[in-house]
Each structure stands twice: as structure tokens, then as C-alpha cells.
Design a protein around this ligand. Structure first.
Ligand code: GLN
Length: 253
């Protein structure tokens, strides 16, 4: 069931987060240790999203590199990831849910404006179970979904709240509760960042957090030599590089 990570802190290379450590996301693509809800490898694509450092001219917002191939097959990635540094990163590897489409557009991270988003999980009964929820979205949003995949709809529901001015943690928590109500048994571990703040949920999948004085890393599976703390199920995590709050979500069973 997909694996993902997010990092906020002093600039580091993408490789030091995603490729180099023991049991990195790279290794988790073929040897994940804690897949829940089915799946054995994460080979349906991968994505990296980051905020450029320093004097780099980009069109604004985060940069994303995503592909619909297993991460270990991309010969260009080590050089690329070893030469890019960022202080805010989301990375994901995909194990596509049965009956969901394959392709680059279905691979996290998803982008909207300055936001990056990733979803680890599934919405049971997709798409029928979500039709009522989708009704609140403008038709234009539905037509512009990246892919007809549960993660993209989840992201559209959250961006809809964000554009209404709902604070990001509230937007995420509300949508998770609504999706669970509409499709009980949903698996909804999400990551959301604007490069400054990080919102994450645990909703029936694993998530671990590692902190230093000036950084925070969250990851589906722990990697490298760091000290990790497991985030309890059904939690809302809100962090910056130097702050961390983990609270139980309403409706906890
Ligand atoms: N359901 C999502 C997809 O198909 C996420 C998959 C996952 O977490 N394994 O892309």
C-alpha cells in the first residue's frame, strides 16, 4: 500500500532522504516491511516533490518529478537526486490499488499552487462510495482531476477546502472524517505541505516521525540510523521544522 515520506529542515539532498539510507524509500519499493491492506511491492511509479533552494528560477511553487515506472529502473534518478538540495520534500512510491488506473498522473505527490500532497491508502467502494462527496466540488475541479484515482479525488476535496480558506489541518481532518463516513474502512494516511508546515494523518496505515532540533521527518517505514517514534493510528500530525503536535482525531475507535 504505497509508502511515502516528508521532510522539513535544513536543505539536504533528495538522495540522502530517498536513496541512500538503509531501508530507504528506494529499498521499500521492492522490500517494504509493513504493508497493510494488501500489496507486496511498490512498483507502479514514484514521485518526488520539493521546494527549490536559493537563487533558482522556476515558475513558482514546488517542483515535481514523477514517473510511472519502478523507482529502481530510473537510471537518471541517482544523479538528479544527489545534486538537488531542498529543505522541504515529499516523496512517494506507488502500489496502485486494484481497479485504479495506472499511469504517471495517478502517482503522488499531487500539486496545487504551493501545496504538495500524498495519499497512502484506499477508499473502498470507489468510485460509487464517493459520489455524494464529489457533488460538493465544482464540475471544473472534477474534470481537472489528475487521474480517476481515489487519491486525486481526496486531493480535490482537500484543495476545495483550502481555496475556501479553511486552515490546512482542519481541511485535512474534515475530509478524512467525511470520507470515512461515506466509505467506512477507508485507509487515509495523507501528507500535505506548503514547504513551511506539514500536515499528516494516520488512518489505518503506519507512520513514524523523527525529529532533530531543526528538522522533522515522517515516513511510512523507518529508515536509516535515526530514532523514530511511531505515530498512533487515527492521529493528526501538524509540524514545522521546529514544532510538532500530534493529536487524536475525532471518531477514534
Ligand atoms: N489508492 C491509491 C492508488 O491507487 C493509493 C495506493 C496505495 O496507498 N497503495 O494510487
Amino acid at each position: 500500500m504505497c509508502r511515502h515520506l516528508a521532510y522539513l529542515g535544513p536543505p539536504v539532498t533528495l538522495a540522502s532522504l530517498v536513496l541512500d539510507p538503509d531501508h530507504s524509500l528506494y529499498e521499500q519499493s521492492w522490500a517494504p516491511a509493513d504493508m497493510r491492506g494488501g500489496g507486496s511491492v511498490n512498483a507502479d511509479g514514484f514521485g518526488l516533490g520539493w521546494y527549490p533552494e536559493g537563487d533558482v528560477v522556476v515558475s513558482g511553487g514546488p517542483v515535481r518529478y514523477r514517473r510511472n515506472v519502478p523507482i529502481w529502473t530510473d537510471e537518471n534518478l541517482p544523479g538528479l537526486a544527489g545534486s538537488i538540495r531542498s529543505g522541504a520534500v515529499i516523496a512517494a512510491i506507488r502500489n496502485g490499488t486494484v481497479n485504479m488506473p495506472y499511469g504517471q498522473a495517478a502517482v503522488a505527490p499531487f500539486v496545487h499552487g504551493n501545496w504538495l500532497f500524498s495519499h497512502n491508502g484506499r477508499i473502498p467502494g470507489w468510485p460509487d462510495s464517493t459520489l455524494k462527496l464529489a457533488e460538493r466540488l465544482p464540475v471544473a475541479d472534477l474534470l481537472q482531476l489528475d487521474a480517476s484515482v481515489d487519491s486525486a479525488l481526496l486531493w480535490a476535496l482537500i484543495t476545495n477546502r483550502l481555496t475556501e480558506g479553511v486552515p490546512p489541518a482542519d481541511a485535512v481532518a474534515t475530509v478524512v472524517q467525511e470520507v470515512e463516513a461515506a466509505a467506512p474502512g477507508s485507509r487515509l494516511n495523507v501528507l500535505l505541505t506548503d514547504g513551511e508546515q506539514l500536515i499528516a494523518t494516520t488512518w489505518t496505515h503506519s507512520l513514524h516521525v523523527h525529529r532533530t532540533a531543526d528538522s522533522v521527518t515522517v515516513s511510512s517505514e523507518h529508515f536509516g540510523p535515526h530514532q523514530w517514534t511511531e505515530v498512533p493510528d487515527r492521529s493528526l500530525l501538524v509540524a514545522t521544522a521546529t514544532t510538532l503536535h500530534i493529536t487524536p482525531m475525532e471518531g477514534q475507535e
